[in-house]
Design a protein around this ligand. Structure first.
Ligand SMILES: *[C@@H]1O[C@H](CO)[C@@H](O)[C@H](O)[C@H]1NC(C)=O
Length: 140
């Protein structure tokens, strides 16, 4: 019984840990050089497309396109499957997991080309809406 409870607790912790906290994401975004005033929009984006789930996968869409990580980056243009490549020169699998640095730098490239409108979920869930208050996260 105790073993079972312990196992469940560990399992719950493992599932839980795939969700990056708002504050940690805010700090990682800030460290990647994103303007303070835009960080709430970036957080809203991550919540809109993946619920801040660092192991989120989407698709297949259309002709076998998959999407990866907190920003649901697509294998059609941005990341390659099984090797580094495409516009972000990144392996899609490297966009999955605890370290979100590569997801952030690739998302910055997408943003540079298309703005937040590149993500239809940002348009429907974040554009013109109130965004998360993360000011307490970045005070030091
Ligand atoms: C995160 O996404 C993965 C892959 O889609 C899923 O298996 C997992 O349950 C999700 N985690 C949470 C906490 O929703």
């Amino acid at each position: 019984m105790l073993v079972r409870i312990l196992f469940c607790a560990l399992f719950a912790a493992a599932v839980e840990s795939s969700i990056i906290s708002r504050c940690r994401l805010a700090r990682d975004l800030r460290e990647s050089g994103i303007r303070l005033s835009l960080i709430p929009d970036w957080i809203c984006l991550a919540e809109a497309v993946s619920n801040r789930n660092t192991t989120a996968r989407g698709g297949p869409y259309g002709s076998d396109v998959h999407t990866y990580g907190i920003f649901q980056i697509g294998s059609n243009i941005w990341c390659d499957i099984g090797k580094r490549g495409k516009k972000c020169n990144v392996d899609c699998e490297d966009l999955i997991g605890d370290n979100v640095e590569e997801s952030i730098s690739c998302a910055i490239e997408i943003y540079a080309d298309y703005g937040f409108s590149a993500w239809s979920a940002w348009v429907s869930k974040c554009k013109g809406k109130s965004t998360p208050d993360i000011s307490h996260c970045l005070r030091d």
